[in-house]
Structures are given as C-alpha cells and as structure tokens.
Design a protein around this ligand. Sequence first.
Ligand code: OSB
Ligand code: MG
Length: 370
Amino acid sequence: MIIDRIDILHLKNPFLHPFETSFTRFVERDVLIIKVFSEGLVGYGECKAFYGPLYNPEDNGTCFHIIKNIIAPVILHQEIRDPADYMKKISFIRGNRLAIAAVENALWEIHAQREGKSLKTLLGGTQNEVKVGVSLGIEPTVTALLGKIEKYLAEGYHRTKIKIKPGWDIEVLREIRRHYPDITLTVDANSDYTLADIDLFRAMDEFNLQYIEQPLAEDDIIDHAVLQKAIKTPICLDESIVSYDMARHAIELGSCKVINIKSSRCGGLCESVRIHDLCMQHNIPIWVGGMTETGIGRVQNISFASLPNFTLLAHDIAASNRYFKDDITIPHVNITDRCTLIVPDETNGVKYEVDEQAMERMLVGREVIK
Ligand code: OSB
Ligand code: MG
C-alpha cells in the first residue's frame, strides 16, 4: 500500500457522567483520530492518549508531534507492505507507543480491506463473541457507587471493576462486599500506591478480588514482584506492560499473575499478538483493557479480544452508552442480552462503519499531512 495522505482529527466527545480515576476526573473524551488514505482506501486508527501525560508518559500533544513530524515523513508516499513492515520502518523510534499504535491500527484496517478479510481473521481470532466487564470511577459517596454497581449488574456486566485511590479503598470494598458478597469484583489503583502500603494490600485478600490492577508505579516491575509475593490476590499489570519484553520480564520476576493488554500501550496489534502468545505459553490469564475509547478503538479491541487466550476474564470493552450519548461508528457498540459483543468477521454480517458526520459534530481541529 502506498500512503497518500494522513489526517489527524481532534475530537471532543462529552461523557454522560464524569469518570474519576486516581489520576484525574475526565468529563469528555478528548481524542485524536488518525485517518490514513492509501490508493483509494481509507483506514482509521484511534490514538488512545489523553489531554495530559497522566496515565503514561504520552499525551495528545506528544502523539500529534510524533505522528506529524516523525512517523508521517517516513511512511508518506512510500510502499508499506503491511503493518509488520510499518513497524520495521519506524523501529528507530524509542517509546511513544500510543502514537505508533494509532497509525498501526489505521494500517491494519487498510490491510484488511486489501486482503478482503476481517481484522479478526488476520489477527488469528477464534472466538465469535467476547464477554464484557465494567470499569467504575471514584464517586462522591459510597452510596452513589453502589447505585452505579446496581445499574451495571442489571445490564449484565460480567465483572465489576472499581477505581481506588488512598482513602477510597478498604472501606469502600467492605461496603460493596456487604451488599454484593459474590459478584466478580476487581480494583484498579492506576499506580497510586507504594510498597509502604503493603499491609493495606494484605488486608484486601479478605475481599476475594479477582485481581488488583496496577497498584504500584507505572514503570515498576520490581516492587510489584515483592508485593505479589506478600499477598494472595493476583496482581494484574496494566501500565507497566508496554512491550513483549516487559511482559516477559514481569512473568519471569513474578510481578503479576494476570495481564491486561491494551494494544495502544504496547505500540500496536503486532506487538500485542506476541504478548498474547507469550502469556498463553506461560498460563497467564489476560484480558483486553480499555481507554474510554470511541467506537473506532472499541471495535478494534473487540477483534483483538477474539484471540484464543482471551477466555477466562471479562474485557473493559463496554457498550458505547457506558460513556457516551453520541459515538462515531454506525451502529454504536451495543452489548447482546448476554452482555457480550459479537466479533465482526466475514461470515456473521456484523459490520461497523465510521460515522463521518458524527466526527464533524465533535471536531475541534484537523491537520492534513500529504
Ligand atoms: O487503567 O484501565 C485503566 C480508563 C482510562 C485510563 C485508564 C484506565 C481506564 C479504565 C476504563 O479503567 C476502561 C474502559 O472502560 O475503557
Ligand atoms: Mg488499568
């Protein structure tokens, strides 16, 4: 495929309700959509960065710079055989994986159109349907959080994850378990604790959590290994797993028993399929994480979640209406009555298209690179 043009669309899609984590309170999805043009075909990739470097070191500003000034000059008007060839051509770039992944995801879409195959088939997906869980933000009161839990349990979500931060943890869990002793429950700390909190995590063992997600620093796998040895509850790493090698090191060190794979965080789907395969060899359960993405990213996550080792755990790929009134795919991402998502493939007729008009409604800026 010859790359003719790359547009970077800056959109803002308001959240139905604010989403609060240990690192910020989101009120909208402020996002870059990468639109790649190639010989009459178009592919879209969602850049998963946020308005600031809050979750990992990148943000929309750094991604815009890397895509416009570093990646585009290397691939524009060049022949790119496939996404793997793209990864080779930009392999001189250190870090900046969200930016690399945004373009990689768009190239996968063009590649799929050229091959006449679904993304699921190209990635080696085997499942027709995947299970979803919900991620719930920090609320002003425990009562408000219990109301949210009730709402999403009624919709059938297979796992409830709550965001925690110092001061919003043990007591909240105690209240949740008093009301819901048996639900599948997890917590996500987004790196807000240190090894000094080891007793607090020991105390969490009594709540029968499926896993504790990213308790310690985003760039740490040493302290996580110490913590994992001190507690019974499995640690699930999110932020720390940025590559195949980090996953390999974390598994070797015993830093976690579960991994959440976000293809964006790991520089794209090529690298993420390798991490999937590695975890399968080591019996490490995995699930697909989310970044409150728009429909474009959500649909690509569904295809990735169809790979064979994604069986045990529910994914953070909620329905569009978990976060948004408006979305940029037709149809919006909707869950089935079993709270699953059907994976688009060549045979089942499930198809999502990008809603250009919806993108125009949300547009706050456009950069055309050619
Ligand atoms: O840590 O998994 C996370 C949202 C934004 C940034 C980081 C995370 C999250 C979520 C939401 O937990 C997952 C989703 O529903 O998209
Ligand atoms: Mg997380």
